[in-house]
Design a binder for this molecule. Structure first.
Ligand code: DX5
Ligand code: ZN
Length: 221
């Protein structure tokens, strides 16, 4: 049976009380914390870095922290995130000159490694990377901001990625990020995704537990 993961993106949390927000969303049933790192260079927005990841660990967060790097260059920040308590680190192949080296670097620091594919990025990069990835993250919006609408063609991409993962015979998570809501998560799971990032759908709700349980119920159908 598939082990589904819900990973709230703290991009939509209230940063003035981030520790409490993360405690609340985990108590509400979230599995992972999705941690969006933006550099105002690879993407036109600026967010948080390793210090905040370390602060969440020091605050007592033990759940996996899923670090999504939207930065360029990628490599020099990886050791800092590993030291700060990242569990998995994903990056955009366009932002690394040497994708295989970056994957190896992440794994050599004891983290799981993943590639993030933007809506128009082909899957072909996976042909010679799939043996080193623990996760493929499909962007279903263009990276940079929360609260955007799901880009429909990514549904076909989920199906194609699921086929590649199954053919590889490896245990690789298929994560979807952007515009994921309670009303489309069931379809995304049926298409082959197993890990779901949701920012605004969770943090803009009054009751995190009821959104997360609605999501889980819709995945199960
Ligand atoms: C966008 C980020 C997403 C974003 C998702 O660049 O990678 O994680 O926070 O936000 P929603 O769920 O609101 O689309
Ligand atoms: Zn993200």
């Amino acid at each position: 049976m598939t082990d589904y993961v819900i990973a709230p993106s703290i991009l939509s949390a209230n940063f003035a009380r981030l520790g409490e927000e993360v405690d609340n969303v985990l108590a509400a049933g979230a599995d992972w914390v999705h941690f969006d790192v933006m550099d105002n260079h690879y993407v036109p927005n600026l967010t948080i870095g390793p210090m905040i990841c370390q602060a969440l660990r020091d605050h007592g967060v033990t759940a996996p922290i899923d670090v999504h790097l939207m930065v360029e260059p990628v490599d020099r920040i990886i050791p800092d995130f590993a030291d700060a308590g990242a569990s998995m680190i994903t990056f955009h192949p366009e932002a690394s000159k040497h994708v295989d080296r970056t994957l190896q670097l992440i794994k050599s620091h004891g983290c799981q490694a993943g590639l993030v594919l933007n809506p128009a990025t082909p899957l072909s990069i996976l042909e010679w990377a799939i043996e080193k990835v623990d996760m493929v993250l499909l962007m279903s919006v263009n990276p940079g901001f929360g609260g955007q609408s799901f880009i429909e063609h990514v549904k076909r991409k989920i199906v194609a990625t699921r086929a590649l993962i199954d053919a590889s015979g490896r245990s690789i998570r298929l994560e979807v990020d952007g515009g994921v809501k309670a009303n489309n998560i069931g379809e995304l799971a049926a298409l082959g995704a197993d890990t779901f990032v949701a920012g605004s759908a969770i943090f803009n709700a009054d009751d995190y537990a009821s959104v997360i349980s609605e999501m889980r119920a819709n995945i199960a159908q």
